[in-house]
Design a protein around this ligand. Structure first.
Ligand code: AMP
Ligand code: MG
Length: 406
């Protein structure tokens, strides 16, 4: 019996866990997921320092006579042997350690200097323009939780403590196998009855977009020998994705041969349109996604099943894309009992998002996918959706970015 969409996706996610962690250079770390919480090995900043180019002094000495300038601490210099005494000021640059005896820094633009003395023009609050040791992060504090996706800001934090490598969850190597006697690779001559293996390329692009590594296995022909050889090769990767050969035709052998090579089937067929023949299995820990061959079905089932699975293996905590709400521009009617993924154009109307069909919803039509920046997920239980009704959308791109127009 076919699974519901939610049940099929939950089953997949339930079987998968993050890959073992590895250490990568900070330069390679953006987009990766932190495997262990990061505790500050020291305070940040490490020492009190000046937030401005100006003068270090005592707030209480200001507003009367000019202060005698005694000493200079540039960035990179030390405050050793330098001290502020009553009635004196030390010239200091941004980032330089503040000298003993001072409680404030006054920016140079708020001062007047003459004859080795500095006059402070306004009142000064004690503590002004000093960055205090540990004010940002205290030693031992958990600064970045495990499972955090590393952005430039997290990388800056790690680098600020002197790290040049970081422990992150592994990124899967994803084998991609196309199946079909009719397929030729891009660049090869296209003979009668042949079509180009475009699925392998959209899948590789989608895998790469997530940051994982695609492994191109090429084409298996619609016979047991060819399929079992290629499937066995694919099972050496962390994940195997196949396309086509899972429908009801007499040459649709993928599910059979997967079983022969030891893949345990967890489901075959989901109550969705497009994508009904999608199958999922496991050999040991290795997940195998068998996606339908129609290029649009392949792309949509990748988006809805494989994407969250890969994110989970990569250590992400939130793997299911959140829905955005949009109102349907026109009524939509569909079959009750099957969830439908409707390719839509989502635009901002000023009063919320509006979703319009991106064109012919036939899975043979590639152009509709070019126009779509979202997939409306229409629940299985319902058949009629009225114009103006709010539906759930998985965005595929920016709302303003409608892809190829027309
Ligand atoms: P199948 O499920 O094997 O009958 O394939 C369904 C449809 O998808 C057929 O029209 C195939 O020609 C097409 N198809 C299968 N594999 C690919 C591929 N790798 N690239 C593009 N189209 C494909
Ligand atoms: Mg086929």
């Amino acid at each position: 019996m076919a699974k519901t969409f939610e049940c099929a996706r939950a089953l997949i996610l339930d079987k998968l866990s993050p890959l073992p962690s590895e250490s990568v250079s900070l330069l390679e770390a953006v987009g990766r997921v932190l495997a262990e919480e990061f505790k500050a090995p020291s305070d940040l900043p490490l020492w009190d320092n000046s937030a401005m180019d100006g003068f270090a002094l005592r707030a209480e000495d200001c507003g009367t006579a000019p202060l005698k300038i005694e000493g200079y601490i540039p960035a990179g210099g030390t405050a050793e042997g330098v001290a502020v005494r009553a009635g004196t000021a030390v010239r200091i640059m941004t980032g330089a350690p503040t000298p003993a005896g001072c409680d404030s820094v006054v920016p140079v633009e708020e001062t007047e200097e003459a004859d080795g003395r500095v006059l402070i023009k306004g009142p000064v609050r004690a503590g002004e323009h000093i960055r205090v040791r540990g004010e940002d992060v205290q030693r031992g504090q958990v600064v970045i939780a495990a499972g955090t996706v590393l952005r430039p800001a997290e990388i800056n934090m790690l680098a600020a403590f002197g790290l040049n490598t970081v422990s992150v969850f592994g990124w899967p190597r994803v084998a991609i196998l196309s199946t079909g006697d009719e397929l030729v690779e891009p660049g090869e001559p296209i003979g009668p009855g042949q079509i180009v293996n475009s699925n392998a390329y959209s899948l590789a692009a989608a895998v790469r977009e997530l940051g994982a590594e695609p492994l191109m296995l090429g084409i298996a022909r619609d016979n047991r020998e060819s399929l079992s050889e290629k499937l066995n090769a694919g099972l050496k990767a962390d994940v195997l994705i196949t396309s086509a050969g899972v429908s009801m035709g007499d040459r649709d052998l993928v599910c059979d041969v997967l079983q022969e090579v030891g893949v345990e089937s967890l489901f075959w067929k989901v109550d969705i349109k497009p994508g009904r023949p999608t199958a999922f299995g496991l050999k040991g820990e290795t997940p195998v996604f068998s996606l339908p061959g129609n290029p649009v079905s392949t792309m949509i089932t990748f988006e809805e099943f494989v994407r969250p699975a890969l994110l989970k293996m990569m250590g992400h905590r939130s793997v299911i894309k959140p829905f955005v709400k949009a109102r349907l521009k026109e009524a939509v009617s569909k079959k009750v009992g099957r969830l439908q993924f409707l390719r839509v154009q989502v635009v901002e109307s000023g009063a919320g998002l509006i979703a319009t069909s991106a064109g012919d919803q036939n899975t043979g039509i590639l152009r509709t996918m070019l126009r779509a920046n979202g997939i409306a997920v229409l629940p299985a239980a319902r058949g009629e959706f009225t114009a103006g009704e709010e539906v759930d959308i998985h965005l595929l791109g920016a709302v303003a970015d409608l892809g190829q127009a027309g």
